[in-house]
Design a protein around this ligand. Structure first.
Ligand code: ATP
Length: 239
């Protein structure tokens, strides 16, 4: 299977502090890959470096076989790498429909009726809130909007950073079902998820990061009893 995204011995430092050290990782076409690990392990840094928000200190990032390491974020986004950051990244004072229109800005059919209809079909709750300011939506609805915006940008690779953060379990179940349906449309994903069981259920492959290094990798069944994973989430209910 060909790799859509490939990190090759990627290293990142913040000032003198090494945040990622020789991280190698692959996201095959059409697969969901989860990045797991304790707080501060380097998960967010990995996504931000892929997006071009952080410059690598060493190694390479290849997307469809081409190096994208060090490219500015807008060039990387233009390739179809869509990042939903921790904290959602929606425009709170704009309405739901304006948020959706902006997400597809720059594409040929930007902000068209079809785009909005597709988003509403996938995230029906937003259809009833189109003219409401995004900041007044519930946490779960805001996260649905963040996903809908990402989807409207027509991602080739969708990167999600802890989108379940701060939401009730019932809302998260809905969110994970939506993510699964996005994956079933063949969109490749790299996701960070605090709920290990949900991540293992969604992912085709998982990587475990610890202190900026990959310490384990495998298919979810292989990782259920991973010592590295248990250590990373001690007390988080890994069985
Ligand atoms: P969390 O789950 O808490 O978000 P994480 O696995 O995503 O953790 P990162 O946020 O990538 O981890 O952080 C990796 C390390 O880099 C941590 O030690 C963190 O303190 C440090 N770090 C992250 N961002 C910066 C920054 N902008 N400047 C300096 N150090 C940073």
């Amino acid at each position: 299977m060909s790799s859509l995204l490939e990190l090759d011995r990627l290293s990142v430092s913040y000032g003198g502090m090494t945040a990622l050290s020789q991280v190698s990782l692959q996201v095959p076409e059409g697969c969901v890959v989860a990045l797991l690990g304790s707080n501060g392990a380097g998960k967010t840094t990995t996504l931000r470096t892929i997006s071009g928000l952080v410059r690598p200190a060493g190694g390479d990032i290849r997307f469809r076989g081409r190096s994208i390491a060090g490219l500015p974020p807008h060039r990387i986004a233009a390739l179809g790498v869509v990042h939903v950051p921790e904290g959602r990244g929606i425009f709170r004072s704009l309405t739901v429909i304006e948020n959706l229109q902006m997400a597809s800005y720059g594409r040929a059919a930007a902000g068209s009726h079809r785009d909005i209809e597709a988003a509403v079909e996938m995230f029906p709750v937003l259809g009833r809130r189109l003219n409401q300011a995004a900041g007044t939506l519930s946490g779960g609805e805001q996260q649905m909007l963040a996903l809908a915006r990402a989807f409207a940008a027509e991602p080739v690779l969708l990167m999600l950073d802890e989108i379940s953060m701060g939401l009730a379990p019932a809302i998260n179940a809905q969110l994970f079902a939506t993510i699964r349906s996005v994956a079933e449309r063949g969109i490749s994903m790299l996701l960070i998820e605090q709920y290990v069981d949900a991540a293992l259920a969604l992912a085709d492959y998982c990587y475990v990061l610890e202190k900026g290094r990959i310490v384990d990798v495998g298919e979810p069944e292989d990782l259920r009893h991973s010592e590295a994973l248990t250590a990373a989430y001690l007390g988080a209910g890994v069985t």
